[in-house]
Design a protein around this ligand. Structure first.
Ligand SMILES: NC(=O)c1ccc[n+]([C@@H]2O[C@H](COP(=O)([O-])OP(=O)(O)OC[C@H]3O[C@@H](n4cnc5c(N)ncnc54)[C@H](O)[C@@H]3O)[C@@H](O)[C@H]2O)c1
Length: 264
């Protein structure tokens, strides 16, 4: 599909690691729709992932940045504007990591040093990137910023662990920064609450297959796929959603509002 919805727009995409990453499909779709993008990820992701292959394919500059480092974020925003030739129209935050999940520490037994890291990488990084953009006036009027979240921010979901707290914080930052940035520059800030999707981060959650299956069965439309997520993000980056801001938008085939479902 190509409707040139993003023709002439400049974007920064965080979090494309490999072909399964949600950010990977978003980057490809933004490119298809006519945007020029910068890809960014950590030095570790450069070594272990395939982001540089994607950068070549999409003719996109790749700039390394740790999303928890304000220093790195300053360089990223200033370099991106230089390379793309103007202010940034859209940003995707698709960044998350929990050492507690990786190490199998369940919620009653969290390691607090890992917990702080989870919050820093998966939520505070969003505040940091917005603060850098706000202070340096890096995002264009009516620009659009999207972060990816999950329904565990509002409902207790077994095994989602400390990432649930990070997502709740991410959604609160969205509302509060949305207010400030909306007033300053009409910049839109939203979260997309995506269905479980088989990716590296998703797959590291215990019993991910069960999560996936249960929500796929419950949602009347079934789970939203990686490509569905890309299409939805493009719409949010486009000029068709100029008055949508400070929202958590469920993109889950109806899972979030289904109560009891009867077999057909
Ligand atoms: N996969 C799912 O089921 C699902 C569902 C809802 C929301 N999400 C969210 O989507 C986003 C993208 O995750 P994904 O599922 O595509 O997995 P992924 O593993 O492909 O992406 C996670 C990315 O975060 C990056 N990252 C980790 N630490 C970083 C740091 N310090 N600085 C910059 N980048 C860093 C990784 O390198 C990786 O590219 C995450 O926020 C995740 O929570 C995923």
């Amino acid at each position: 599909m190509n409707h040139e919805l993003l023709k002439g727009k400049r974007g920064i995409i965080f979090g494309a690691l490999n072909e399964l990453s949600l950010a990977w499909a978003v980057a490809e779709q933004c490119y298809q729709e006519g945007a020029q993008i910068v890809l960014t990820n950590t030095p570790l992701a450069t070594r272990l992932g395939k982001v540089t292959t994607l950068a070549k394919k999409l003719n996109a500059p790749y700039i390394e940045a740790d999303a928890t480092s304000v220093e790195d974020l300053k360089k990223l925003f200033s370099e991106s504007q230089k390379q793309l030739g103007g202010k940034i129209d859209f940003v995707l935050h698709a960044v998350a990591m929990s050492m507690n999940i990786r190490r199998g520490n369940d919620y009653p037994h969290l390691n607090y040093s890992y917990y702080n890291k989870t919050l820093d990488i998966s939520a505070l990084s969003f505040h940091k990137m917005l603060q850098v953009a706000y202070e340096t006036d890096a995002i264009a009027e009516y620009g659009s910023v999207v972060a990816l979240t999950y329904i565990a921010a509002e409902r207790a979901i077994a095994y989602y662990n400390d990432m649930a707290d990070a997502k709740a914080l991410l959604q609160s930052i969205t509302r509060n920064f949305g207010l400030a940035y909306g007033q300053k520059r009409h910049v839109r800030i939203n979260t997309v609450s995506q269905s479980p999707t088989p990716t590296k981060a998703g797959g590291s959650i215990e019993f991910f297959d069960r999560f996936y299956e249960i929500s796929n069965r419950t949602a009347p439309l079934g789970n939203a796929s990686q490509q569905d997520c890309a299409d939805f993000c493009v719409m949010l980056f486009s000029d068709y959603t100029r008055k949508v801001t400070m929202q958590n938008l469920y993109h889950d085939g109806g899972f979030s509002t289904t109560g009891v479902q009867m077999p057909e």
